[in-house]
Write a protein that binds this ligand. Sequence first.
Ligand SMILES: CC(C)(COP(=O)(O)OP(=O)(O)OC[C@H]1O[C@@H](n2cnc3c(N)ncnc32)[C@H](O)[C@@H]1OP(=O)(O)O)[C@@H](O)C(=O)NCCC(=O)NCCS
Length: 182
Amino acid sequence: MIKTDRLILKDHTKENLEKLNSWFNDKELSFYDDEEPFTLQDLDETEQYLVNKLISSGFNANKNIIHIAIHTKEGSLIGYCMIALIDKHNKKCKIGLTIGEKSQWGNGYGKETLQTLIEYCFSFLGMNRITAEIFSMNKTSIRLFEGLGFKKEGTIRKSVLKKSEYVDEYIYGLLYDEWKTT
Ligand SMILES: CC(C)(COP(=O)(O)OP(=O)(O)OC[C@H]1O[C@@H](n2cnc3c(N)ncnc32)[C@H](O)[C@@H]1OP(=O)(O)O)[C@@H](O)C(=O)NCCC(=O)NCCS
């Protein structure tokens, strides 16, 4: 568990089921977040995913992925994030985050979460490099990651099909040496 000024980042629990299910079924969230074709998920499917993937890959699971729930200090679940593809040999990993509670967008929670994940990856996991993949139309996410020092390293041209159009995907990267001098 990690506490920040306004947030608590901690392992998922079964109590997160209903909110996660509604977010996984939200077309707008999926538009920015997913490569798969959008398909509705029933509660049972989300429960399987929650138990088998999210809960079983918490902070202390010692896997190459860590799934984390984002709560406000008052206890409300507002989103989720993950540190994926943790490569201990090359000291690199990939970060993703979603503030599922759309009424909370623009309140700085994404930034607070990302700052905390960066610190955790570099200072606790000992990573040398963090990457993120962001679709070209996701202006908020681009501003968020660039604002915290990520550099655009490349473009995967016409990577995903969104609303019948092929959309580019950007690869962003942040190195330990760049972060520690900021
Ligand atoms: C992207 C996301 C995580 C950002 O979280 P958030 O809490 O809304 O963002 P914040 O309030 O921390 O703002 C982050 C930055 O984006 C800017 N921003 C916020 N809303 C914006 C908007 N609608 N358009 C452009 N920039 C915006 C903020 O000003 C801030 O930049 P600043 O620090 O330079 O002022 C959130 O909107 C989300 O979950 N979106 C859907 C899923 C998604 O896109 N996930 C990321 C996949 S890579």
